[in-house]
Design a protein around this ligand. Sequence first.
Ligand code: PLP
Length: 391
Amino acid sequence: MPKLLYLDHNATTPIDSTVRDAMLPWLENEFGNPSSVYALGRRASVALTTAREQVAGLVGAQPSEIIFNSCGTEATNTAILSALAIDPDRRHIITSTVEHSATIKLCEHLATRGYEITWLPVDKDGLVDPDKLETSITSETAVVSLLWANNETGVLFPVEEIASITARKKIPLHLDAVQAAGKIPLHLETLGVQYVSLSAHKLYAPKGVGALYVNRRARYTPLLRGSQEGSRRGGTQSVASIVAFGKAAELAMNHLPTSADRIRTLRDRFENTLLSSVDGVRRNGASEPRLPNTSNLTFTGIDAETALLLFDKEGLCCSAGSACSSGSINPSHVLTAMGVTRDEARASLRFSFGRTTSEAEIDRSIEIISRIITKLRAAQPTEGSPVHMNA
Ligand code: PLP
């Protein structure tokens, strides 16, 4: 088995050993229900309080504004449906063409129920035009829901400008910060956003736990009714996972000032080396503002899925499109929305680096990628047409 070269941190992250150690007692002796009144339950409840403070600390919010749930997808569904439920007469939603499937699938479903959806376009850099957002808002608009950081390209939307428009127009704003949290500083307190989606497994904590930030001045109605989370999200909390999320948030906060620069340097070295040493390579999306860990590259003429299989044989993990659609042959909706042709989108790969990525891994990855791209191109029957190899 070749040594693992994990360059897919936007898909998910390994669990940090400190995070695992923090969660273990809550999987063993500390099994109490946080709603129980005896000491075992009270300790679990205190653990949730600590985790809430830690997650709030990472995003610059008040602990009372953090509602724990099962994942980023639940957070996004809850935020949008909450805004619609609060103002049932308003049946217009504004989002963008490059959102995560959590938003796209919900909005497509709502469209079949008579809601009007405005899909804001993006330019070739992957950015929305705030003026277009402003002119799309009508008296019918119930909510604006946009990504903070794109999971495929790492491109950052101009969230301050977006928030100032929605504040002026008095429209609730939901931001999907699943990829942004832990990678760039977030200051929700001063941003003026109503709802923000977060997910633990992008921050070196387990899958199946997330949170929705709800600004304390925002109106909100739950998706899952029950008495937990202050009646804002029913269902007994997954204490061990939430403790892990809290510890991961604390670590992310401590690491952020140094790790972001280190990862950016490695990412830039990776990207610049491939751009300068391999023919027909192009970056997708704006160079800046962008997450420091993400690089999306087109290798003209190759078939990304075949490349993924050949990389896999060498232990290298990256992805074509988003994690949720890898394995599918559809070109990425994010890249095609940016004006990348379907053939070029099928020749594109996302590399996303993490806290443990080393210089040696970057060098080895560059060597493997260059060699396999050359091999794929050499096997290419006619210029420009993607080649499928038996990987
Ligand atoms: N939003 C973005 C931008 C994501 O990248 C993801 C996960 O890939 C999600 C939402 C969904 O998060 P979860 O996997 O916790 O449901």
